[in-house]
Design a protein around this ligand. Structure first.
Ligand code: C2O
Length: 581
């Protein structure tokens, strides 16, 4: 997209207050409301209301400048076309306030400040030149030489003065500030998770973290390792983090049962899986297949739903990888005996565990790999995503402003990843049910009468499909409208063509459509006492229906299986729609 190289007009030295409401003329009409795909337009007419959730799926293709052209002279007086944009500018460090611990009903404050020190003005960041790409290694494959460097670098980071922005705990606070409502956006808590900012924010965050480590050991080739949890060889807590207390990579606030070679469950829901180790590994590969391929054929399904300057968090939502396995792994590592599942199980404390950066290095790798998988698996083209800005301190303690557009290609940032097998790519689930259930379960209610459902127990219902025909480039989504307590850890699984006797232990089969998980978080104004969040959880089911021989059926049997915190969640509606990616 050409807009990605559009010059930045706003000087970084002026602190722009995020709480200033946008007065741009774009309020006249949202471009994404103009360019709806045909199936969306039909849906809106029939319901007589607009649904911004699904609207956003078509906005991935939207080039705002084309919108401007399409609108003729309406905005012609604006010299800078991007003045119309509604992207999120760098936060105002001076307005950083109290952070709130995510899963506390009474908004318990973090017992220390998560705000960065204010050291002079902020400057737009220029990516330094480099002659060779650095290679991030898989954590399970590093040698002693590497490990010694890594430990030395982390130790030096911990030894820096407490108020040095490069200090280990200051770095952990960067995450806390962006995730636990220390920053405000339009007077509401700013939260980069559960949105399309998830991947780019963490990429930039790790980029500067890595540069700080490099400078502390004076080795510009040093890189962060990645936790290769998508490969059976990496499906345990990496050994380099599982040493004794004397290691700077050790963190005592972890689940002590998940150490020393214990096989991880990528869809962990707070309880140990009943599957054997072998089955757990197969489940993990099936989850990866679903999250990278089946459920992520369109950009916004992979990245998450838009968050723009208007901070309309109500219509935000996670991308596939953020949901599972990212959230589940946080929960898997965090200590269940700590009040808030510190460290990894809560955003405010997560980055105090050195394994956080290794986990996110693999999340980052998933972004890179996903774009090689074909189809519409491409970066979001929406300028509001590309222009979004973040603030970080670099390795010279300079406060710098970066934007999403400059991080979409990891090689332009100077690093790549050690090659490792990706066995999930070929782990297409097989059909276990040989017959259709719909003729034998006359007692199952249709989705029109089943809702709202409080998901304390397994629930089965029929969903009548909006349409059974689509073009090759279109995708069918199963949309579940959810309402839940965002302070709770919640997870449920979705099966298609399964009933109450569903086998919940084996996920490596075609009937398993995907999972939803919520890691406790906050994004509500302080004054709001309710912690109820709404979102539409979408699963891409075209391939699944095809593989189960259900592609021509007008109704599908959907089985919802609560795995954790189901009583904190209501499903208000289930429907399908055909979308253009
Ligand atoms: Cu910012 Cu893994 O969380």
């Amino acid at each position: 997209m050409a807009t990605s190289t559009h010059p930045i007009i706003i000087s970084c030295t002026n602190n722009i207050s995020l709480s200033t409401k946008s007065s741009s003329p774009r309020n006249v009409s949202r471009p994404s409301q103009i360019f709806l795909n045909p199936s969306r337009a039909i849906k809106i007419r029939s319901e007589g209301r607009e649904n911004p959730d699904t609207d956003s799926l078509s906005s991935a293709k939207l080039d705002r400048r084309n919108v401007l052209l399409g609108l003729g002279g309406l905005y012609a007086a604006t010299s800078n076309p991007l003045a119309l944009a509604d992207y999120i500018k760098a936060p105002d460090i001076n307005s950083c306030g109290t952070a709130i611990i995510s899963n506390t009903q009474n908004k318990e404050p973090v017992p220390y400040s998560c705000c960065p020190p204010t050291l002079g003005p902020c400057v737009p960041y220029k990516i330094p030149t480099f002659s060779k790409l650095n290679v991030r290694p898989a954590a399970h494959a590093v040698d002693d030489d590497y490990l010694n460097k890594y430990k030395t670098a982390i130790q030096r980071m911990k030894d820096l003065p407490a108020d040095d922005p490069r200090n280990f705990y200051q770095q952990a606070n960067v995450h806390c500030a962006y995730c636990n409502e220390a920053y405000k956006l339009n007077d509401k808590p700013y939260q980069i998770h559960y949105t399309w900012l998830f991947f780019p924010f963490h990429r930039w965050y790790l980029y500067f973290y890595e540069r700080i480590l490099q400078s502390l050991i004076d080795d510009p080739t040093f890189t962060l390792p990645y936790w290769n949890w998508d490969n059976p060889q990496g499906m345990i807590l990496p050994e380099i983090f599982d040493d004794d207390e004397s290691s700077p990579l050790y963190d005592k606030s972890r689940n002590q049962d998940h150490r020393k070679g214990y096989v991880m469950d990528l869809a962990y829901a707070g309880e140990e899986t009943k599957a054997s180790e072998f089955q757990t590994v197969k489940n993990n590969l099936a989850v990866m297949y679903r999250q990278m391929l089946t459920n992520a054929p369109c950009p916004l399904l992979f990245f998450g739903k838009p968050l723009r300057n208007d901070n309309d968090f109500e219509h935000s939502g996670m991308g596939t990888i953020e949901n599972v396995p990212h959230n589940s792994i946080h929960r898997w590592v965090g200590d269940p005996t700590e009040a808030h599942h510190e460290d990894m199980g809560n955003f405010y404390s997560a980055a105090k565990d050195p394994v956080f950066y290794c986990h996110h290095s693999n999340v980052d790798r998933m972004w890179t790999l996903w774009k090689t998988l074909g189809g519409n698996r491409k970066d979001i083209a929406d300028p509001d995503w590309l222009q979004t800005e973040f603030l970080f301190y670099d390795e010279t303690k300079t406060l710098v402003k970066v934007k999403v557009a400059d991080c979409v290609d990891n090689e332009k940032l100077g690093y790549t990843f050690q090659k490792m097998p990706t066995p999930w790519e070929n782990f297409k689930p097989t059909r276990k049910r040989k017959t259709k259930l719909r003729s034998t379960t006359a007692s199952v209610p249709p989705s029109t009468t089943a809702f709202p459902v409080n998901l304390c127990n397994i629930t089965t219902l029929y969903v009548t499909r909006a349409s059974t025909s689509k073009t090759a480039s279109q995708e069918e989504l199963l949309d579940l409208d959810l309402e839940y307590d965002d302070t709770q850890f919640i997870r449920f699984d979705v099966f298609v063509n399964e009933d109450y006797d569903v086998n919940t232990v084996e996920l490596d089969r075609v009937e398993y459509a995907g999972s939803f998980s919520n890691l406790a978080h906050v994004h509500k104004p302080h004054i709001t006492t309710s912690s109820t969040t709404k979102t539409t959880f979408s699963l891409a089911i075209s391939e699944l229906l095809q593989d189960s021989g259900l592609q021509d059926d007008d109704k599908i049997l959907v089985c919802l299986v609560p795995r954790a915190g189901g009583c904190y969640l209501n499903v208000n509606k289930a429907s399908t729609q055909i979308v253009d990616c």
